[in-house]
Design a binder for this molecule. Structure first.
Ligand code: HEM
Length: 137
């Protein structure tokens, strides 16, 4: 169980970085990931979603804004929930865009929201990592 708890943040970080690389490079080069880049992006999307679901279940409790849980600072808790919110936006917008519900314009806006959610995951994840390091050193 300890090994799984250590592996989950690593799986999340590696798959998020892989998605970011394939997503942003594909966007800059072709206006969106295509071919192998899209295949890798989609292969890494599953571990991203599973890892964040596991993170919410395992570490959600200790990040509650409850003064009796004194070990984790308020800023770090806020960053944790911003990270999960961004991951939720990033995932649900793209899942919604995969179905013909919102029309072409709606899908286009959902892809933009997906990209913004992805940027949120990167920024909140980086700041959370830095604040966790500061609190433990
Ligand atoms: C935090 C992780 C992720 C990041 C940083 C990320 C980033 C990106 C970026 C920048 C694009 C290009 C958007 C554009 O063309 O303007 C993209 C496209 C895409 N992403 Fe992600 N993504 C992530 C996770 C996911 C997940 C979890 C899924 C699946 C649910 C997904 C599915 C897609 C698909 C299908 C496209 C192609 C959209 C299109 O061009 O029509 N991504 N992603």
């Amino acid at each position: 169980m300890n090994v799984v708890r250590k592996a989950i943040p690593i799986v999340a970080a590696v798959s998020v970085l892989g998605c970011a690389a394939t997503g942003f490079i594909g966007d800059w080069l072709h206006g969106g990931p295509t071919g192998w880049g899209l295949l890798v992006h989609m292969a890494l999307a599953a571990p991203v979603m599973l890892a964040f679901a596991a993170i919410a279940l395992i570490w959600g409790g200790v990040h509650r804004f409850d003064r009796t849980l004194g070990r984790i600072g308020g800023v770090r808790k806020l960053l944790f929930w911003l990270l999960l919110l961004s991951a939720f936006v990033c995932t649900t917008t793209m899942l919604a865009a995969m179905f013909p519900i919102f029309g072409y314009i709606g899908q286009d806006k959902l892809v933009d929201a997906h990209e913004l959610g992805g940027i949120g995951v990167l920024v909140a994840g980086l700041l959370y990592g830095l604040s966790a390091r500061r609190e433990t050193t």
